[in-house]
Design a protein around this ligand. Structure first.
Ligand code: SAM
Length: 458
């Protein structure tokens, strides 16, 4: 079997069977198989494309097999999904796809499975991709269910996106957003201030919004010397803006103390640390999980006088370190619904019940952050999810409970002073409630939510 397809199949299997993360597993499997360049690109496209479009392909397989996908053996279903991706989206030669799928089915299933796979795939090849689209979309459904199938997202996520866009008067952008989630994101990098500049980053063009960012125009940035020294990093532009919203909310005074409360694996902490070092500010990074705290230490190693890394539950920091910090970043654990482009399987793994649990933790981290903030200090509450329960829901609930202790800052105005090009924001809501919501389809970033708050002085 062609090695790229084998790697893709093995990763897809590990994702379905043992909850592996494709973005972590794929690079190690590519290396083990000795794949690089075009072969690595093909394996990545096969893996990510199949996992992203799984919902749509399952709808096709259901019709072609005449049975529900939960009545198909999981390894055989994965064989069919990978083959369907090649047939419908990559237009690979039919006989090659069917032959390879049948051999895989022989290897991972029973003899009877080979006949089943052969039959289902031959049925799929007999109809053009555009006609499959028509068949799959033919049954009458609600608008959200139709979008869920067409763009391969669970319905509850479609609904959450619709509500978040409606809150800013941009419900009309829903299809663009769902479509953007199915495209590979461009690779953005940050040049850490004081350690490198965007001129040191080869084969790249300046980012649209981040003054420290570039977008790679090809090649593997991990091989660039400035990235290998840790002086520049691969980092989504939305994450850069989240860190810069805090560090540049107002001029920093030497001697300030900043806290990154949920720092693992350390991407934003590295940017904050570089910003802090340039103006004589001390950063403390905190992370609850020891293994992720190690990643934070590694991420900070290239910064001169690297910041202290604490391993604590952020929800207790308000008690253990009350009124200690001038600025705090809470990049809260969240559903990650704003980063579906990067984590192809995440949309199928997250469940609506996760939202309620996370919302409780997010509120308690925010309350703790407010306690840890000095009067007059600034806090950035950030999520890489646009789900309203995790964003404005958390902020509004905490503001209500805190009475007049905390007030909103105008995050849009702060970012207007930071970004290279002005950010196009929604028509309503954001100005009034002080936050900024970034979007993949509109800004080309992850859907980061950024809300600056200030503790009332005295
Ligand atoms: C969204 S990630 C932060 C990403 C990070 N800021 C970056 O840019 O690399 C959230 C982090 O919070 C950590 N976390 C979860 N619960 C926590 C808690 N109670 N206290 C502190 N950190 C927590 C998670 O382990 C995870 O590493």
């Amino acid at each position: 079997m062609q090695p790229a397809r084998r790697v893709a199949f093995d990763v897809i299997r590990a994702v379905t069977e043992s909850d592996a993360y494709a973005n972590l597993l794929l690079p190690t499997r590519l290396e083990r198989a000795g794949l690089s360049g075009a072969d690595a690109g093909l394996a990545t496209e096969l893996t990510y494309g199949t996992l992203r479009m799984q919902g749509y392909y399952d709808a096709v397989i259901r019709i072609a097999a005449g049975r529900d996908t939960d009545r198909i053996d999981p390894p055989i279903l994965d064989v069919l999904r990978l083959a369907t991706h090649q047939l419908l989206s990559m237009r690979t030669a039919h006989h090659a796809v069917v032959d390879e799928a049948v051999s895989l089915a022989r290897e991972v299933g029973s003899q009877s499975a080979t006949g089943f796979v052969n039959g289902v795939l031959r049925t799929i090849t007999r109809t053009e991709p555009a006609d499959w689209h028509e068949k799959v979309m033919a049954q009458p459904r609600s608008d959200d269910e139709r979008l869920a199938i067409e763009y391969s997202h669970p319905v509850w996520i479609v609904r959450a996106f619709r509500r978040a866009l409606a809150a800013e008067g941009r419900e009309i952008e829903l299809e663009d957003l769902l479509d953007a989630d199915n495209l590979a994101p461009r690779v953005s990098l940050v040049a850490l201030p004081g350690l490198s500049s965007t001129d040191d980053l080869p084969r790249s063009r300046p980012a649209r919004y981040s003054p420290l960012g570039v977008v790679s125009e090809g090649g593997d940035p991990a091989r660039w010397p400035v990235v290998q020294t840790g002086h520049a990093r691969v980092q989504d532009e939305g994450s850069q803006l989240a860190a810069l919203a805090l560090s540049r909310a107002r001029p920093a005074a030497a001697g300030e103390r900043w806290l990154d409360m949920c720092a693992g694996p350390g991407g934003k902490a590295a940017l904050l640390a570089a910003e802090a070092a340039a103006v004589g500010v001390t950063l403390v990074a905190n992370e609850i999980l020891p293994v992720r705290a190690e990643l934070v230490r590694a991420a900070l190693a290239a910064i001169p006088n690297p910041p202290q890394v604490l391993v604590q539950d952020g929800t207790t920091i308000g008690q253990s370190l009350p009124e200690q910090f001038d600025r705090i970043l809470i990049d809260a654990p969240c559903t990650g619904l704003g980063a579906l482009r990067r984590r192809p399987e995440a949309r199928w793994r997250k469940q609506p019940k996760d939202v309620a649990e996370l919302q409780k933790l997010q509120a308690s981290l925010l309350e703790s952050g407010i306690d840890a903030l000095k009067p007059g200090g600034i806090l950035a509450y950030v999520t890489c999810s646009p789900h309203l329960a995790e964003t404005t829901g958390v902020v509004e609930g905490v503001l209500k409970r805190q009475g007049g202790r905390i007030e909103r800052l105008d995050t849009a105005a702060v970012l207007a002073g930071v970004t290279v090009e002005p950010l196009e924001l929604g028509e309503q809501g954001e100005r009034a409630s002080g936050h900024v919501q970034l979007w993949p389809h509109r800004h080309g970033t992850d859907a980061m939510f950024i809300c600056l708050l200030q503790k009332v002085a005295g």
